[in-house]
Structure formats: structure tokens, C-alpha cells
Design a binder for this molecule. Sequence first.
Ligand SMILES: [Zn+2]
Length: 447
Amino acid sequence: MLTIKKVATVVSNYQEDNNNTNISENAIQSEGRGCFRNCLGKCCLPVSKLPLYAFKKDENDSENNAAVVSFDDGVSPISFLNNLLLGQWEDRMRRGLFRYDVTSCETKIIPGRYGFIAQLNEGRHLKKRPTEFRIDQVLQPFDENKFNFTKVGQEEVLFRFESSDDDKSRFFSSYPLDIWSTSPSVVAINVSPIEYGHVLLIPRVVDRLPQRIDRESFLLALYFAKEAADPFLRVGYNSLGAFATINHLHFQAYYLSVSFPIEKVPNHKIMTRKGLHGTKLVVSELLDYPVRGLVFEGESTRDLSDAVASSCIYLQLKNIPFNVLIADCGKKIFLLPQCYAEKQALGEVSSELLETQVNPAVWEISGHMVLKKRKDYNDASEEYAWKLLSEVSLSGTRFEKVKAYVSEAANLQVKVDNSSKDEKEGVCDSQAPQVALHLHHDCLVIQ
Ligand SMILES: [Zn+2]
């Protein structure tokens, strides 16, 4: 058994409180008044009236149908979901639910070709002792005795996010919940945010799904990115063994007002397939980046979701840890298998890298380095980022296997390699998002 010791991030204010483990279940019996903690368990949800954002689920879509909000002051219209998320998130900030003020964390672009982003976040890892994590099993059963999101207080929840019954996206500021027929999918704050608007998307929370990709949940995450309709909102996923710390299914999302380096590097088409109704799906390989990875792009949300989810499910069965980044409003998805935790457990990572205590999860791999110490922040260089991420990457041989698995899982045809340079995009990709105007100015990165 391989394990590593690391400091787990506290994502909910209820995470350190392990004394009430069984209250929820007992309280169900007692007249539905709940466990008096206003939690997300079956005890308290039946009397809750969480807001509901119901999104339109398209069967065969390419264009974006997200509801938008327009302003009179010349600011470009933003999606209703985006506006809701930011408004509710700021409300929780005013109510003091976060462990620190992320808008006061220093952020800089590391000089160099790639523009890695460094953040000094001294508040994120305080007051916690390292915990032992098993890292050699991507699939582990749900453990009732560990922290899970049913224990989170409802004040940390912004809204429910579920598909609508008809062909419209709708918002209900309060919506009754029949807990016996519906397991709500919720968006909650991460109380240790690494950027503005950092939230957790927890599919079917009362079903207590372990941290593993399934088709339905992945599609939900993709719709979340699509409905937000903001290229600066990225959705991320970490598998067990790839720095997920909570074995209860969740995605993360936050706004970063510049491009992630991974969004800018060139890539090379290696696999394609025609989906339903003739829509095209393309899988490319990242070039010129320290972590070997795949990029999925498709015309249909459902088809794209299906290809990535199938690939993830296959990697899970093959016990290969991975991270996923959903970018470009759900149109571009990065799949990044990794082996850093494995190397760490085997004692193969240099002490110099371990000393910075950076856990390379989806955000770090994409190029956003969250550093805990002032010295590491001041000294952060492209060379450091490159060195760290090189340790994350699978070897060429192992990555070839992953490509074969993905091709099989998602039924992709391997493209004959003509090595045409014109398929490669330049390091400065003009399609990558530029600067967001509607974001709080404190969270804009100073370039
Ligand atoms: Zn409760």
C-alpha cells in the first residue's frame, strides 16, 4: 500500500468537526426537524428551500443558450448563472464564511515564455496537521466515517444546479425539495478559496457518490461551464491518487482573469471521431509542455462529455490517477494523467520540490501555482514550475498506453501523422481568454 502525508485543504467549515458523524441519520427518525445544524443530509434537506438553477439540457447542440443579464453601463452582458454565482459568493464573503480574504492574496505572472501564475496563499494551510492518504487506488469505496459533503451547513451552499424538466433554463429563488425522489446537485463555496468565486459542484449530494467520474455527473460539470458562459471560469477535477483529498464526488471551479499556460501551448491532433448527427470530435496531444496530456474538443456538449467521461472511466479501471480541466465554456477539456503522488510515496521526488509543499493538482498542472511561503513566492521561476510539473508527468511509454486506452474507451480513430506544422497553434494563442472586465478588480492579475 502506498501512502503520502499531506495537509488536507479545509473546503468546508464543517470539515474539522468530526463529532457529529451519526447525528444526521438518527435525526431522520425524529419528525423531520433535522439535526439542528441545517446540514445537507436527509435530516435537514426536506425542510430546506435552497434556490434552484435549472438548466436546459440540449440533446444535440452546439450554440450556447445560456440565459444572459444585460447592464445599462456598457458592461458586456454576462450569463445569469455567472451573475448568480458571483453575487452569492460575495454575499458569503460579506457573511464571513471564508477562512481568509483571497482577494488580498498576492498574485503575479512568473517571467518567461509560458506565463505561469504564482499566488502567495499563506492562509490556506495553517492550523492543520498532515494526514495520511492512500494514493495507489483511484477507486475507493465511500467511507461514512470520513468527512463528506452531507455534513456541510446549508449557508455554504449557493444554489442547486440541476437540469430543467422543459426546454428552458430557469431560476427559482426558493424551491421545495422532495428528498425521497431527488438527490440535489449543489454548488457550495470552498471556504479555502484559491481564487475569486471558488466553488464546489457536488452532484447528487445525498447519494454519497465516491470520487469517481460517471457519465451523468461529468455532463453536469460540463453544463455548469457552458451555462456560466465565461471563459475565465474553469472547472477542475482531481481523482484519488491525483490530489483529491475528499472521497465524495465533487468538481471545483473558480475565475482566473488570465489564460492558464496550458490553454496557450500548441497541440497536435492525434485522434478524431464523428459523433451523433455527424458532429466532430478531435483529441490532440499537448506539445511543448512539461506534463503530457490530451485535449478534447467537440461540437456537441453531450458527445464531448461522453468521450471524456468514457476515457476517465477507463483510466479509473486501469488505476491511473488523473486531473481534468474544463475550459473555454465547456468546449475544451484537458485530460492529464499523473504520477507525482506515486513518485512521492516511493521517495523519488527531490527534497527541494517537497519542501515547497505544493500539491500538483489540476490548477497547478494547468499553470497556477499556489505557494504557501513568501520565500518560495519571491523565488518562483519558470524553471521551478517546469521542474515540478515534469515530475507530475507520466513517462513517454506510460503516456502511449494512456493514448491507446483513450482511443479504445472513446472509440476514436487514430489520425495518420502528417506532422503538418500548420495544425499547431502558437504559444501565444489569440483564442485564449484575455482580461475579464466584470470581475472584482482585486482579483485581476497584475501583469
Ligand atoms: Zn441535518
